[in-house]
Design a protein around this ligand. Structure first.
Ligand SMILES: Cc1ncc(COP(=O)(O)O)c(C=O)c1O
Length: 425
């Protein structure tokens, strides 16, 4: 009998086609990991055979080159299948299957996310995105008229809008500092924020990694000094978690919000909020819980009826992520970023706005073609090559934000670099 497998083998469709029709992704990931056991992350980053297995774990549209993984990412097939499976189960009788069978398993997700982040499970609330996570902190911290929040003028627009609303509503003061792009040292970033502190400052709000350029901040240095001065720190980690290696102990902040539909590759509509244990009881929830829950991290999850599928499928995303390993993932992302950035940096009309030192950045890079407006470059890349990149036009600089992911191929990176050279030329 002609089985599906023998059909594919006979037709020569091979491993790639098999992967598309079967659900053997996790087994292939495991086999690929066994194949590189004992090899350094640096060497694995250059092992195309290994990354081919990862590339094939996704169901992508390869007629486009998606270099905007800073926005929101596709999930690997196993994660998307888990999401759909949980939705199907929920729909049988949601009051039973969703609320009683699936929802309680959010505790497994909490425990595993906390282990990956390096905090206690009782300090981690699961949210729908980084915006919600950060807004719980931003709107829940008790502040009175005249209290000051210090942030940067390169923080995420929605997060700045959230503080601006508190300026209008509560009469707090918002100070936005500028910092050089790219900075020569991490100390410059700490110094800019810390030197803006005044006796009225109650909160520092800044990115773990800036979304505009991919600049990593020296979080611990800033958070430790803020704590010494009795100031709370809200860290926007939307782009950091599962992107490069770190743990909560390396940060030392009070509140940390991240998206999981970016670098963890979890379903769209997932994030988490970390609240340092001692801060939970004094942080007001956005959606009020019963008073008895005031000291419980779950008070931030009282959002009414919502799908259990999204947050439960985070567990599958964690398994995929851990199957690669954060060291290998970060090494590969830096390898991809450096491949285009080092090539383009040689071009006289190109300016790279990201410090390529691994301590300063990872997958994200920002590049400008001097003399051509960035939106025009973005439009040309799309029209001619079907390449997606993000235009960043800030009052102090402009450029394209380029973000590959673990599924990006070298051919895609090289097509992008060649396209940029052609446009610059
Ligand atoms: C720095 C930063 N903060 C917050 C967010 C908001 O993330 P989300 O859309 O997951 O709420 C983003 C989104 O791109 C971001 O780049």
């Amino acid at each position: 009998m002609l089985t599906r497998r023998s059909f594919l083998q006979r037709t020569g469709a091979g491993a790639a086609a098999l992967a598309a029709f079967t659900d053997d992704g996790p087994a292939r990931l495991e086999a690929a990991a066994r194949g590189v056991e004992g090899t350094s992350a640096w060497d694995v980053a250059r092992d195309e055979q290994y990354w081919r297995e990862i590339q094939q774990a996704f169901t992508l549209d390869r007629t486009i080159i998606n270099l905007n993984n800073g926005g929101v990412c596709p999930s690997p097939r196993v994660v998307h299948e888990a999401l759909k499976r949980y939705l199907d189960i929920s729909n049988q009788a949601p009051v039973y299957h969703m609320w009683q069978v699936l929802e309680p398993n959010i505790e497994t997700v909490r425990r595993r996310l906390a282990a990956a982040f390096g905090c206690q499970a009782e300090e981690l609330a699961i949210t729908r995105n980084a915006s919600e996570a950060l807004q719980i902190a931003q709107l829940g911290i008790e502040l009175k008229r005249g209290d000051e929040v210090v942030t940067t003028n390169q923080d995420y627009g929605r997060m700045l809008d959230t503080w601006e609303q508190r300026v209008r509503r509560d009469g707090i003061k918002l100070t936005k500092v500028s910092f050089p792009v790219p900075p020569k040292s991490m100390d410059v970033l700490a110094e800019r924020l810390l030197s803006a502190i005044t006796p009225a400052t109650k909160v520092l709000h800044f990115c773990h990694i800036a979304n505009l350029t991919g600049q990593i901040f020296p979080v611990k240095k800033i958070a430790d000094e803020a704590r010494r001065r009795g100031i709370k720190t809200v860290v926007d980690g939307a782009h950091a978690f599962a992107h490069f290696p770190f743990s909560a102990a390396d940060l030392g902040c009070d509140y940390y919000g991240t998206s999981l539909h970016k670098w963890l590759l979890a379903p769209i509509g997932t994030g988490f909020l970390y609240v340092r244990r001692e801060n939970i009881k004094d942080l007001w929830a956005l959606t009020p819980p019963p008073a008895a829950r005031n000291d419980d991290i779950r008070k931030f999850e009282e959002i009414g009826t919502h799908p259990a599928a999204n947050h439960n499928a985070i567990a599958e995303a964690l398994a995929f992520h851990e199957g690669i390993g954060i060291e290998r993932k970060a090494a590969r992302l830096r390898y991809l970023r450096d491949r285009w950035a080092q090539r383009l940096a040689k071009h006289p009309k190109v300016r790279i706005h990201t410090n390529l030192d691994p301590a300063h950045s990872c997958a994200i890079g920002n590049v400008q073609i001097v003399g051509i407006p960035t939106p025009k470059v973005v439009a040309r890349l799309w029209e001619r090559w079907r390449i997606i990149a993000t235009p960043i036009v800030h009052s102090e600089y402009e450029g394209l934000r380029v973000t590959p992911n673990v599924y990006t191929t070298l051919e895609e990176i090289d097509t992008f670099a060649g396209a940029m050279e052609e446009i610059a030329g």
